[in-house]
Design a protein around this ligand. Structure first.
Ligand SMILES: [Zn+2]
Length: 200
């Protein structure tokens, strides 16, 4: 299913874009799961495309005067992405599709079971494990949340590193965490460790 980004006008798979939904008062809200009812427009989850899209691109696409600012929407996108990512990690835990902690994660990677590895932003040791470092380098890992947040999502104490073993949850998780970074393409090329969730 292809959709056009109202920021850069490129037609890409809808899964690469985020849907923005128009409220009755002309406001815009992010719809990270893409299922909200209402008129909407699609945009890349990047600073550059959101700034081009809001409010002008969306107003044009929906033929109405949108009352929203790019800054407010970027903040909302980041918050929505964070909530969604934590919910996804929790659901992976409930489905027994999460391996938590250095030993379990290393084992999961070795057996080819880790679809994505989540490394807490305050977990140095986790990121330094050789296999986790390799996963980070190959876009198979995301830096997200704190040890306390990851632990809470899994109903445990602090967790520095988690492997998600389910393909669908992992794909959704990568999209959700991409909303947190909101990289511009320039930053994504220039920085080696800021962006690990960029998928294109
Ligand atoms: Zn775009």
């Amino acid at each position: 299913m292809e959709r056009t980004c109202v920021g850069c006008r490129a037609s890409v798979e809808a899964s690469e874009l985020v849907r923005l939904v128009l409220g009755p008062d002309g406001s815009l809200a992010a719809d990270p799961r893409g299922g909200a009812i209402g008129r909407g427009a699609w945009v890349h989850p990047t600073q550059e495309c959101v700034r081009r899209a809001v409010p002008r691109g969306v107003s044009h696409a929906l033929k109405t005067n949108v009352k929203a600012t790019a800054d407010a929407l970027l903040t909302e996108l980041a918050a929505a992405g964070r909530r969604r990512a934590l919910a996804l990690i929790a659901s992976a835990g409930r489905a027994k599709k999460a391996a938590a902690g250095a030993t379990a994660v290393t084992e999961a990677i070795e057996h080819g079971l880790a679809e994505v590895v989540v490394v807490a932003t305050d977990a140095r040791a986790g990121a330094e494990l050789p296999l986790v470092a390799a996963a980070l380098a190959h876009d198979q890992a995301v830096r997200f949340g704190t040890k306390a947040e990851l632990g809470t999502a899994l109903g445990r104490g602090d967790i520095g590193v988690v492997a998600i073993l389910d393909q669908g949850i992992s794909a959704s998780l990568k999209r959700a965490t991409a909303l947190l970074e909101l990289p511009s393409p320039r930053q994504a090329r220039g920085s080696k460790d800021a962006i690990v969730t960029e998928t294109g």
